[in-house]
Design a protein. Structure first.
Length: 783
RNA sequence: GCCCAGGUGGUGGAAUUGGUAGACACGCAGGACUUAAAAUCCUGUGGCUGAAUAGGCCGUGCGGGUUCGAUUCCCGCCCUGGGCACCA
């Protein structure tokens, strides 16, 4: 009947390098919170697990021939031992690994439900293809447009991939942010990533052909200013419309674009490139003939892959028009288009726009869209930056996608596209053993070579069928892991309804800012889907995480990212061995503001070590233990209880520790303390330095663990200061402070302030024009 | 190029409904203890000036602005970190 509190950290990928000093930053922070919440009487869940599918294990297997499962098991053991040495209060009974078939059974189950609901589909999309290795590459493996393994050229190649329709949830992923308590910057990043925009789709007739070209624009009001059209090099109509005399040039340009990575395409943004296709469209509003260009700054993945270029009112179009000497027609007055495009939408009036001339931009957007609709030339449309999620990988070390392809079912119509689901009773579809972990020459996963696995019976018609050989990305398992913790051994469901109803959603989730747009968004999507199909009880609500905070990265000593190649990696085991687990924990919390990146500094660890040793000595006769210590210490301990408690809630761990250092220094300065101070200090210290606090607690004669004691309350009356020092300024410059009673009035303050010699010096012979009094803060004489 | 953060002493940082800039810690300097060193303890420590723990001036990335008063708010830049899919 205790109130539940579910706090969560992002579970680690158990890499071969072992625990990084960055991992414990987040784990310690929420361990402090978990311990405080337990002391406050909550039923706390603080679980840990391993996100163990992934590229590094697979690459290691390719290099050494050691099965990824073996590597993974070994790495998990190392991580477990390292995590345990830091004294985190994780629930070790609930440990999960995404590579466990009993776990990924449910990852596969979720995929099947998505397929059933039309959210999983196959389509052709471009992937990175290494021309010499003849395999598909992850973005991360493409470095400066070259293959990371062989250094050879990489190009884009179309490949059939499973996709998840996250775009269907785009609006809800934005709107529901109102229901949750995330750091504002996290919400902003997500909203910008989803990138909802409203505009119009407009059809342009191709000159001398039956086809038409549809563009998406957020500025339909500038339609009269469209002087050319740009299609992306991947546009499906391009081949058809290109004129014979431009064909060679266009083909060459498309080939070049294929070689460029997306990063390159964006880095070369300053100098725009493009070629004329030789074809024209007709502007529906004025019948003007408009040339069609091809340029790689237009992406097939956004909108329709084609834009109407309005150089007068879009800077990129402007640059392009200047470079290729294309006409620039002003249709919104208010700017100076001789220098730059005029893109302000809040002011400006239409010119050169026929019947729409004279309208404001916002009026024109509505009127022109309406006009397009009545003419059958286009309609209002919403677009998102967010794209559907590519869900398949041509890799071995991932969850097999539980789908079977059956020609027979396709021909009979039993399956529209030939794909048939593996029945739930056959899950988990286990990853078979292979001899070779390399993808095949034609870019298929290594699973494709295992004939007796690939060839199977169709679950629907019993005929010959072939299994899908792609596997899922590493995000598949990490999207829902927080639900499995609630019921980790359940083999009837991903988690039982009662357990879900009790524990879900997560109350506080902390993770890296780098996961804001991928993991965090993907997992919100998956959770919403599970909620929609009733796999999660209604009472849990439609958001997985009520609160989301983020920690900054820990960098190497020089402020650079820690990496093997830079040789600036700090091994947590060595720090723990030399300084102890509590020092390690407290240092990581003390080193700087929790949400910001910060360089590691071994010198700083020394200060924390001294702090903890001073505490030890206080409790070992270093100061006198008296019946009742000074009032000033009593005030300070209560102020510290408040400060530490508040700071844990706002994640200002560094100032909480600083407050405890101040308390320590005060006790040493006084040379004495009493039982009340001694007890309370250990209680508030215990979440930060659990080993030390527990040891001292036991030495004081307590039998029960300090972690089971209640969190101390502070006394409101005791923390109030009776006297304050009021700042006296003359013309805004600090001149003196005066000791005054808390509730002093302006008249009294003026009197005391004017009596000060220092102040009088500055006021002598001057006329006081104004006096500003801020109660409890300052008094300022303006002369 | 786009989105999100950040820039304060020798170093990590503290302080924001606008109100004493530099808490706490590291480092450094001086001292105590020691045969000596380490550890520990004490004192000092933003810069310039000054005999001064008297006073003065300067000082929170840069340039402007608002204000009695700006690290904090506004405008324009520069630099660093995280993310990226040129988002029309």
């Amino acid at each position: 009947d205790k109130e539940k509190f579910y706090c969560l950290i992002e579970f680690p990928y158990p890499s071969g390098e072992g625990l990084h000093v960055g991992h414990p930053r987040s784990y310690t922070a929420l361990d402090i919170l978990a311990r405080k919440r337990r002391m406050q009487g909550y039923n706390v869940l603080y679980p840990i697990g391993f996100d163990a599918f992934g590229l590094p294990s697979e690459n290691y297997a390719i290099k050494t021939g050691i099965h990824p499962a073996i590597t993974t098991e070994k790495n998990i053991k190392t991580f477990t031992q390292q995590l345990k040495s830091l004294g985190f209060s994780f629930d070790w009974e609930r440990v999960i690994s995404t590579t466990d078939p009993q776990y990924y059974k449910w990852t596969q189950w979720i995929f099947l439900r998505m397929y059933e609901h039309g959210l999983a589909y196959k389509t052709k999309i471009p992937i990175n293809w290494c021309l010499s290795c003849k395999i598909g590459l992850a973005n991360e493996e493409v470095v400066n447009g070259k293959c990371e393994r062989c250094g050879g050229p990489v190009e884009k190649r179309e490949k059939e991939q499973w996709m998840l329709k996250i775009t269907k949830y785009a609006d809800r992923l934005i709107d529901d942010l109102e229901k949750v308590d995330y750091l504002e910057k996290i919400k902003t990043q997500q909203i910008n990533w989803i990138g909802r925009s409203e505009g119009a789709e407009i059809r342009f007739e191709l000159e001398g052909g039956d086809d038409n070209l549809t563009v998406y624009t957020t500025r339909p009001d500038t339609l009269f200013g469209a002087t050319f059209m740009v299609v992306s090099p991947e546009h499906p109509l391009l081949e058809k419309i290109v004129s014979s005399d431009q064909a060679r040039e266009v083909t060459e340009y498309v080939k070049q674009a294929k070689r460029k990575s997306d990063l390159e395409r964006s880095e070369l943004a300053k100098e725009k490139t493009g070629v004329f296709s030789g074809a024209y469209v007709v502007n529906p509003v004025n019948g003007r003939k408009i040339p069609i260009w091809v340029a790689d700054y237009v992406l097939m993945s956004y909108g329709t892959g084609a834009i109407m270029a309005v150089p007068a009112h879009d800077q990129r179009d402007y640059d392009f028009a200047k470079k290729y000497d294309l006409p620039i027609i002003e249709v919104v007055a208010g700017g100076d288009i001789s220098e730059n495009a005029y893109a302000d939408i809040d002011q400006g009036v239409l010119v050169n726009s026929g019947q729409f001339t004279g309208l404001t931009v916002s009026q024109a957007i509505i009127k022109i869209t309406q006009w397009l609709e009545t003419q059958g030339l286009g309609q209002a449309a919403v677009n998102y930056k967010l794209r559907d999620w590519v869900f398949s990988r041509q890799r071995y070390w991932g969850e097999p996608i539980p789908m079977v392809y059956c020609d027979n079912c396709k021909s009979t119509g039993a399956s529209k596209d030939g794909w048939v689901m593996v029945p739930e009773k056959d899950l988990p579809l286990q990853l078979p053993k292979v001899k070779n972990y390399e993808p095949t020459d034609d870019g298929q996963s290594p699973l494709a070579l295992i004939e007796d696995w690939v060839n199977t019976k169709c679950p629907k018609c019993g005929g010959k069928a072939r299994r899908e050989t792609d596997t899922m990305p590493n995000w598949a398992g990490s999207n829902w892991y927080f639900l499995r913790y609630l019921d980790p051994r359940n083999n009837k469901a991903l988690a039982g309804a009662e357990k879900l109803a009790y524990w879900a959603p997560v109350d506080w989730y902390n993770g890296g800012m780098e996961h804001t747009t991928l993991h965090l968004l993907y997992s919100r999507f998956v959770y919403k889907f599970l909620y929609d199909i009733g796999a999660i009880p209604q009472s849990c609500g439609s958001e997985p995480y009520l609160k989301r905070t983020s920690h900054g990265m820990i960098l190497g000593a020089g402020g650079e990212k820690m990496s093997k190649s830079r040789g600036n990696v700090v091994n947590p085991d060595e720090v723990i061995k030399e300084f102890g687990a509590d020092t390690f924990r407290v240092y990581e919390m003390f080193m700087g503001p929790f949400d910001q990146a910060i360089p590691w500094d071994t010198n700083g660890v020394v200060g924390v070590k001294r702090f903890l040793e001073r505490i030890w000595s206080i409790y070992h006769g270093g100061v006198e233990s008296v019946d009742q210590a000074d009032d000033s210490l009593l005030t300070l301990i209560h102020q510290t209880i408040k400060k530490v408690g508040d700071d844990i809630e706002t994640q200002d761990y560094n100032t909480a520790i600083s407050a405890m250092m101040i308390l320590t220094n005060k006790i040493i300065e006084l040379g004495r303390f009493d039982q009340e101070v001694a007890h309370n200090f250990l209680l508030i210290l215990s979440p930060f330095a659990p080993h030390l606090a527990e040891e001292l607690w036991q030495e004081m004669g307590f039998k029960k663990s300090i972690s089971l004691e209640p969190w101390p309350e502070y006394d409101q009356d005791l923390i109030k200061e009776q006297e304050i020092s009021l700042v006296v300024q003359v013309n805004g410059k600090f001149r003196d402070t005066i000791k005054v009673e808390v509730g002093i009035t302006q008249q009294q303050a003026e009197k005391i302030a004017l009596a000060s010699d220092k102040v009088a010096n500055y006021l002598e012979g001057k006329k006081i024009k104004n006096i500003i009094f801020v109660p409890g803060r300052l008094i300022n004489f303006v002369i």
